[in-house]
Design a binder for this molecule. Structure first.
Ligand code: ZN
Ligand code: ZN
Length: 142
């Protein structure tokens, strides 16, 4: 197997899971919804990535957090690895940027459930801020 020159490798906290991405996503999202908040321990960050260019190896457990989404984490250390839509036929996987050095250089594009961000902190910058109502209107399957 030949490795793409741009491929980046990331890993979980304990190092048991390795994630290699052929085409790193240029942007990332943040989400403050109840599920992301509980799952990540704060806010979730993700990079919308083509799953066909992603190789994940190591001990992984998946959890169906809703009828439409699956979340993957390291079976050993619990590190959040990905969120994936399981209802659509697309090949998108949202990888957690924290697995990779410098989050693959990805830039924050939008913040979902921005109005649900806890009072004590906020994300700085000029990215798009999408409210719960706006997000759920644009994603009818949520
Ligand atoms: Zn681990
Ligand atoms: Zn969320």
């Amino acid at each position: 197997m030949t490795q793409n020159a741009n491929a980046l490798s990331g890993s979980c906290l304990c190092g048991a899971v390795e994630v290699v991405v052929a085409r790193p996503a240029p942007t990332l999202w943040a989400c403050h919804c109840d599920m992301c908040r509980r799952w990540s321990g704060g806010l979730a960050l993700g990079m919308e990535t083509d799953a066909l260019g992603v190789t994940i190896s190591g001990p992984v457990t998946t959890y169906a957090s809703s009828d439409i989404a699956e979340r993957g984490f390291c079976s050993t250390c619990g590190t959040a690895l990905w969120v994936r839509d399981i209802k659509t036929a697309d090949t998108v996987i949202d990888l957690m940027p924290g697995l990779f050095e410098n989050a693959c250089g990805a830039v924050l594009d939008h913040e979902a459930y921005a109005d649900r961000c806890p009072d004590g902190y906020a994300l700085a910058g000029t990215h798009a801020r999408v409210s719960k109502a706006e997000y759920e209107r644009s994603q009818p399957h949520v």
